[in-house]
Write a new protein. Sequence first.
Length: 233
Amino acid sequence: MGNCYRMSDKYQRLVGKLIYLTITRPDITYAVSLVSQFMHAPRTSHLTAVNRILRYLKSCPGRGILMKKNGHSQIVGYSDADWAGCPIDRKSTTGYCIFVGGNLVTWKSKKQNVIARSSAEAEYRAMASTTSELIWLQSLLKDFGFVIPQPMELFCDNQAAMHIASNPVFHERTKHIEVDCHFVREKVQSNVIQTVFVRSNEQLADIFTKGLSSSQFQEFLSKLGVINIFASA
């Protein structure tokens, strides 16, 4: 019992610090969101996963986000969901990232609270979360005196979810997400946001919803503006 308690305490302290680190390290956000789901009853395999994250961080301590002037203040969001991706409870994972003026400023990876019955539903819940973040950022920047061009672009790789966002007719299969439908559609119709289709292999939010191959992971990090200051030129 004592060993289990010590391991649990160690696990919670390590994961707590990793959660804090995700504020500046989007590259570990998805991995940390996974291990944080087992805070109350971690197993040895979970601690092994945490140690792998630590080894990764040790291998690239100089990695971070490069902020630069791009000559515009456009707000752009990428929204994605890994439908039924969790093998334990089959809940989906929401992932999004938002750029302001071409610089990555906010990102998230979180398991959805309820089980989605279709990929469109999972994607639409992710779109609703991203839309809320876009509106919050827009309001924040307006308070600082910045004029934000409208509409804000929201990139999604699910055609069905985009169709629901622009279709004024509710279908039977969307009644269970009616609040999200009304919320996103209202913002689309009022020209606050504009949904834009993006191919799955160019969906930057993928990095926050699932594990990727090493080459794709590095490619997405580069597009997100994440660099390693210690890497050779």
